[in-house]
Design a protein around this ligand. Structure first.
Ligand SMILES: [Zn+2]
Length: 279
């Protein structure tokens, strides 16, 4: 792909709107081209500040929220009274008095969901040394998919002796892979395996906690962006990013270049706590 062709696709790429095949082509080019990588960083920076402004203006303020809630309450009272004597209710039809609050509720839900996808939680800011090829919501989604794929994979482990993890995995993964005992959670060690996440070698370490499977991933955090659609939380002063994929909770953290991720069917809080305990 030429720089010109990539330039034309960059905005759609940053929005996560490209077809999978085009994403691969663009990422292959970005990996080798500093010019286009910088343009992408600029694209992200501009979008981020734009989004911040739009969302700031779209935030419902307290007075507005109070007005809506008051009108819900009034409407609910009216509907309760209407229910007693309105034939349409007895025949199972919705009257306008119940449809209007539903529409208002839907509008509120929209406002609240806009709030949840806060732009401050989106991908790493330019200047961070994240590999540009893996920046963007679409690639975080893809990473989550692969973390879940590897989590539910039941193939045999490569390493079952905890003492061998470091020497077997560090050369491949590129960062130290220490055995996380997770003893404080009563975890039973199942074994480790070298897997690929977003084409990067990653250590997958499996445990059982109260009969629930927990996979701890260790990777070189330069290869991954921890951002939107993951939610940023702070646990014990350390930022942790959490989210859900296909019914599994995922929690990830970056500790001085060593990336950790936990995939589990335990809850989001448990996953976040486990990932925060890793160093
Ligand atoms: Zn280029």
């Amino acid at each position: 792909m030429t720089c010109r062709r990539v330039g034309a696709l960059l905005e759609a790429y940053a929005d996560g709107e490209l077809e999978a095949e085009a994403v691969l082509d663009v990422e292959a080019h970005l990996a080798d081209c500093n010019g286009c990588s910088s343009r992408l960083q600029l694209e992200h920076a501009v979008k981020k500040s734009l989004r911040r402004q739009v969302y700031a203006e779209a935030q419902p303020n307290d007075a507005f929220r109070e007005r809506i809630l008051a009108s819900f309450r009034a409407e609910a009272e009216r509907t309760a009274v209407a229910n007693l004597d309105e034939p349409s209710h007895r025949s199972g039809m919705l009257s306008w008095s119940s449809i209007v609050p539903l529409a208002a509720a839907a509008a509120m839900a929209l406002l609240w969901s806009a709030k949840v996808s806060d732009p401050k939680q989106s991908a790493k800011t330019p200047g961070n040394k994240t590999t540009i090829a893996s920046v963007g919501p679409a690639s975080v989604e893809q990473m989550l998919e692969e973390l879940v794929d590897r989590h539910i994979d039941r193939s045999k482990p490569d390493v079952t002796e905890p003492a061998l993890l470091l020497e077997r995995m560090e050369p491949e993964v590129g960062v130290p892979v220490h055995f996380p005992s997770l003893a404080q959670y009563g975890a039973r060690w199942q074994g480790g395996k070298l897997v690929k996440i977003r084409q990067e070698p990653t250590a997958s370490l499996k445990f059982l906690v109260d009969g629930h499977r927990v996979t701890v991933y260790v990777f070189n955090s330069e290869h991954f962006a921890l951002g939107s659609p993951l939610k940023r939380r702070v646990i014990g002063d350390e930022p942790v990013y959490t989210g859900w994929k296909r019914g599994y909770s995922i929690a990830t953290a970056d500790r001085h270049g060593i990336g950790y991720a936990v995939a589990t069917d335990l809850g989001e809080d448990e996953g976040a706590e486990i990932v925060a305990s890793l160093h």
